[in-house]
Design a protein around this ligand. Structure first.
Ligand code: FPP
Ligand code: MG
Length: 298
């Protein structure tokens, strides 16, 4: 039924009546449509659910268009990003158009769903701002990292699951917790893959996060475990363009201290919690989406 969401998004784009936007939209790489799948799995395939799923995916796409400008990222899902091909101005404006149209369509769904999604977009914008500010210094505070990834990534998954529940007259709270856990685990895995996956699979340069100033969970755990001298060395590499030797040093220290396993274990725990919460409600159909989240390689 995910194809119904694709058709709905295409209809929203056609309604904009602008050939340039249509052409740009057609050049965007297909995503995993995770948030849409979450909504349809929880709410079923009603027209409201399909519309909500379309809106959330448009907002998510908009946020990634902006994120690639903010992160100076020139690839997205192994393809050149819109900012790489057409420049920052086009990428920003395409993002603005997609999320504005999304918000307009939200008004045709329900006030409750609209509030849930709008509030999440505030959170994700606050989270992105925090991500940028944190990148300016070497952050070693795990709680600050967790709050930032909750806002930047988990808030929209939490709202997607919550909106799905509202549309199906189910209690939103447990579904929101499920979505929140999935979102935090998703971002943790995303941050781990930046270190472990090869750049071809990932579609972006490896260890890009650290060069960008992002001290993600494995770096926070590594810093805790290093001796004084190595702590200083790691700190000195922060935000630098890393040589192959420096990349290998970071990776070998991570392997020595098993921080990837530690971080992955934490993401896995969140997924297990989410699955068990849904199993308690007889929603075993929601397990697969959760498992796919930690099994992914890109
Ligand atoms: C990806 O993070 C970024 C996000 C999930 C959120 C981005 C949010 C904004 C830019 C706020 C603006 C919102 C709208 C609606 C325009 P990442 O850089 O860690 O992930 P990546 O590896 O996929 O780039
Ligand atoms: Mg990014």
């Amino acid at each position: 039924m995910i194809s119904a969401v694709e058709r709905k998004i295409e209809q929203f784009i056609i309604e904009l009546d602008d050939a340039e936007v249509m052409s740009l939209y057609n050049q965007l790489p297909f995503g995993k449509r995770l948030r849409a799948k979450l909504i349809l799995k929880i709410a079923g395939n009603s027209l409201s659910a399909i519309k909500t799923a379309g809106v959330v995916e448009m907002i998510h796409t908009a946020s990634l268009l902006h994120d690639d400008v903010i992160d100076d990222a020139y690839t997205r899902r192994s393809k050149p990003s819109i900012n790489a091909i057409y420049g920052d101005k086009t990428a920003i404006m395409l993002g603005d158009i997609l999320y504005s149209k999304g918000f307009l369509e939200l008004n045709n769904i329900s006030l409750e769903v609209s509030k849930m999604v709008s509030n999440a977009v505030i959170q994700l914008s606050l989270g992105e701002l925090k991500d940028v500010s944190l990148s300016k210094a070497f952050n070693i505070d795990r709680d600050i990292y967790l709050k930032m990834i909750y806002q930047k990534t988990a808030s929209l998954m939490e709202a997607s699951a919550g909106a799905g529940a509202l549309l199906a007259n189910k209690p939103p709270k447990p579904y929101m917790t499920y979505g929140c856990n999935l979102g935090i685990a998703f971002q943790m895995i995303d941050d781990i893959l930046d270190i472990t996956a090869d750049s071809t699979t990932l579609g972006k340069p490896a260890l890009h996060d650290f060069e960008e100033g992002k001290t993600t969970l494995p770096y926070i755990y590594l810093y805790e475990k290093l001796d004084k001298e190595d702590k200083a060395k790691l700190k000195s590499l922060h935000t630098k363009k890393l040589s192959t030797d420096e990349q290998n040093w970071i990776k070998s220290k991570m392997s020595e201290h098993q921080v990837i396993e530690q971080s992955y274990g934490e993401a896995k725990l969140l997924i297990e919690e989410a699955i068990s919460l849904m199993n308690d409600r007889g929603e075993s159909g929601l397990s697969k989406i959760a498992i796919d989240m930690i099994d992914r390689s890109f």
